[in-house]
Design a protein around this ligand. Structure first.
Ligand code: PBG
Ligand code: ZN
Length: 324
């Protein structure tokens, strides 16, 4: 047939909302989302985080009620970040059995036993210098930090955490944590490795949220955002070390990396839509430049389409309340 008219007409499948949804390739539900939360000790009221409109630091005394509220809305999983008032050079509060890391997991699991509680496993919110480990001069001491990561992971598991999520970006952290967990009788607890963690400017608002003491940067341990091959290398190393799931962080500016890792590994892949991604959407919407509800669905859908099985996002509760 020779004519100036097309034979192939993809528009046929787009004619109605019903046809469009029938042929939609990618979807996400609340089963795919993890809500990161900030819990502060020794305060009585919620504290708004000005760089993340709509997100608050939760007083520890109100954590149980919040977890119940999330569960009622349909949230299946949270990731806990502590805002500590007990800082020291090594972040030792993190492995204290009565410290904030342990208390957050215990309170959350006690409030809603079915809630999957992931414990972010790092030190930057518990050290007086704000780095993700123990210092040796001006550098973070990798191997001394590994020992402490093992202790923190065991404390969190003992308190009831379901998943250990190490974000310190130390070499060998997955192996060190796996061994420590296994020796302490927690061979059943999975490790969600922040395997590809870029030294990103998109973490800016998180540092306010977590009350970070950091001066300087984390470029000697987090990855160079320009490196694609190295991202795959880091992820495969974590897989060899015994990671149960891999994570890419941030998400939206790194969709190529999510796809690479999806293709390089059979493990579940998670992606973290970080504080700066959240802030850009919120402030853009507040300025009237973009439609928040639509752009949230578009960005999260794109992260799934790139290959992520699950997504960490501060929008999880908004989506749950909206019925997704
Ligand atoms: C630190 C940590 C960071 C985030 C989670 N854990 C960032 C950092 O390197 O300061 C970022 C989360 C976000 O920006 O939403 N271990
Ligand atoms: Zn850290």
């Amino acid at each position: 047939m020779s004519s100036q008219f097309p034979e192939a007409r993809p528009r046929r499948l787009r004619r109605s909302p019903e046809l469009r949804s029938l042929f939609q390739e990618t979807e996400f539900t609340l089963n795919d989302l993890v809500l990161p939360i900030f819990v502060e000790e020794e305060i009585d009221d919620f504290v708004p985080i000005t760089s993340m409109p709509g997100v608050m630091r939760i007083p520890e005394s109100k954590l149980a009620g919040e977890i119940e509220r999330y569960a009622r809305a349909g949230i299946k999983s949270v990731m806990t970040f502590g805002v500590s008032h007990h800082l020291d050079a090594s972040g030792s509060d993190t492995w204290n059995e009565r410290g904030l890391v342990s208390r957050m997991s215990a309170i959350a699991k006690d409030a809603v036993p079915e809630m999957i509680v992931m414990s972010d496993t790092c030190f930057c919110e518990y050290t007086d210098h704000g780095h993700c480990g123990v210092m040796h001069g001006s550098e973070v001491d990798n191997d001394r930090t590994l020992v402490n990561l093992g202790k923190q992971a065991v404390a969190a598991a003992r308190a009831g955490a379901d998943v250990i999520a190490p974000s310190a970006a130390m070499d060998g952290q997955v192996q060190a944590i796996r061994r420590a967990l296994d020796e302490a009788g927690f061979s059943h607890i999975p490790i969600m490795a922040y395997s590809t963690k870029f030294a990103s400017a998109l973490y800016g608002p998180f540092r306010e949220a977590g009350g970070s003491a950091l001066k300087g940067d984390r470029k000697s341990y987090q990855m160079n955002p320009m490196n694609r091959r190295e991202a795959v290398r880091e992820s495969l190393l974590d897989e060899q070390e015994g990671a149960d799931a891999l994570m890419v962080k941030p998400a939206g500016a790194y969709l190529d990396i999510i796809r690479d890792i999806r293709e390089a590994s059979r493990l579940p892949v998670a992606a973290y839509q970080v504080s700066g991604e959240y802030a850009m959407i919120k402030f853009g919407a507040q300025a009237g430049a973009i439609d928040e509800a639509r752009i949230v669905r578009e960005t999260l859908g794109s992260i799934k389409r790139a290959g992520a099985d699950l997504i960490f996002t501060y929008f999880a509760m908004d989506l749950a309340l909206a019925g997704i």
